[in-house]
Design a protein around this ligand. Sequence first.
Ligand SMILES: *[C@@H]1O[C@H](CO)[C@@H](O)[C@H](O)[C@H]1NC(C)=O
Ligand SMILES: *[C@@H]1O[C@H](CO)[C@@H](O)[C@H](O)[C@H]1NC(C)=O
Ligand SMILES: *[C@@H]1O[C@H](CO)[C@@H](O)[C@H](O)[C@H]1NC(C)=O
Length: 495
Amino acid sequence: MTDNQESPDAEDTAPSGSATLPPLRPPCERLQCHKSSVCSRSYFVVVMVFFHVYIINVIALLFYVHYNSGQEDANRSRDAPSSNQQRLEPGPPPSKPEFLRDVSLTRIEGIRVGHVQRVSLVPGKVHEMRTLSMKPLLFEIPDFLSEDECRVVMQLAQLKGLMESQLMVQDGQEELAKELNLSPEEIFNLLDINQDGQLQLHEILTHSRVRDGIWLTPENLREIYDGLKADKDGNGLLSLEEFRVLSNDAFQRFLMQQGVKRSQLVRNSRHTWLYQGKGAHRVLQDIKARVTRLTRLPPTLVDLSEPLQVVRYEEGGHYHAHHDSGPVYPETACTHTRIAANTSTPFETSCRYITVLFYLNSVEGGGETAFPVADNRTYDEVSLIQNNVDLLDTRRNCNKSNLRVKPTKGTAVFWYNYLSDGRGWVGEQDEYALHGGCMVTHGTKWVANKWINIDPDYQRQARYQQLVAQQPEEEDDEGVIVNPDTQSSDIHQDL
Ligand SMILES: *[C@@H]1O[C@H](CO)[C@@H](O)[C@H](O)[C@H]1NC(C)=O
Ligand SMILES: *[C@@H]1O[C@H](CO)[C@@H](O)[C@H](O)[C@H]1NC(C)=O
Ligand SMILES: *[C@@H]1O[C@H](CO)[C@@H](O)[C@H](O)[C@H]1NC(C)=O
């Protein structure tokens, strides 16, 4: 006890510079009395107060770290790369490869939701860029395009001609079913997420929301059960016995027999691609230059990205929530750098670091861009379907999305589909970047997408750029891009 008394004593004399501080406590009486019961009780109180304040501080610190950990990737990657690396890669000391030392992708800071920064994108005009969410890192810029520019882009798209974004039925599904070398029991076990020996509707939908490009809802599934007489006891659950009598492609065949409406597809829209390279319409080149200024990325990366995609949704059109990019594993190649990839790489995904979405008109009703899990505290794929509500279904559940952006003519929104790797390059896919187009209830909706393609594998991106630079002079966009139309069907990751 006497030992302990020295530390508050020392503290009392220590803060010599802080003359403005009021006396912390009346120490003299307390120190001078000897172990009287009053004295030790007050000392006990002081110690307990210290102790509690300390504990509360620790808890507050833990909460702070917990809530900010998602944002730190985005915010601190440039400012404090070393601390970030330690967090992401415990173990071996981070060694930045030689070729990465002079390359660093700018990542615009969001600061916080609602933060507005003024940006200079065209001479004599200042745009306001507002942060809409931190997860994903998402911004809105009103009046990014002028009315004239919106009109020209829509006219150029019409001139070129728009095609269905999704064809009704693709072949090959049967082959997939044949390749599926699993017994009904094994499949049942995989689907049965909560392992209760029965398949709930959402357990089936979580794995197979999309069959053959057809979007399944809980109601569809009940209809299919009825049609196939699969659910004998009619309780909406499938037991293993009920599941066993279904063949692999029973769902498929049933859907095909029923006939499919456009509204049942994953996306219901028409689109086309407009090249923005040399010789393209001045408006298209201007837009590309403005996107480069906006994103502050090396112009070459923007030049070598996909052309501008223009999309038209008629009344009733929609696009269920999806990712613009896929996750990148070591055995995955990026579509845009395919020519630089190892030919033995089995999988391919589109690597769209940034999506810039332009609204070319103001929609009379519906057509919002929905981000179901924007800034959600946690992300859990399985909770996307709960109580028969599928958050990815933009025909029904847009009003349950965390964030919706109203389409306003000339406005651009842009977001990062990948996190930073903490070393100035592209890191992991950002699951929170999930988004979709809500159903248009009145009028037509016109949008354009500019994707900026960057390979998370820096060496592959570098090799690709070298290959392109070596190509003969007719290095128009067209020579470089591997026919985007063939990509478009499988470009978007099926969920
Ligand atoms: C391609 O992959 C093979 C097998 O994985 C490997 O041996 C080879 O070095 C790779 N080539 C390149 C250029 O990465
Ligand atoms: C959103 O966050 C809440 C709270 O952490 C969580 O319960 C819920 O599952 C999350 N939703 C999704 C789709 O991850
Ligand atoms: C959300 O939309 C659905 C149908 O689009 C509607 O039935 C429901 O009442 C809406 N919910 C809210 C909270 O607005």
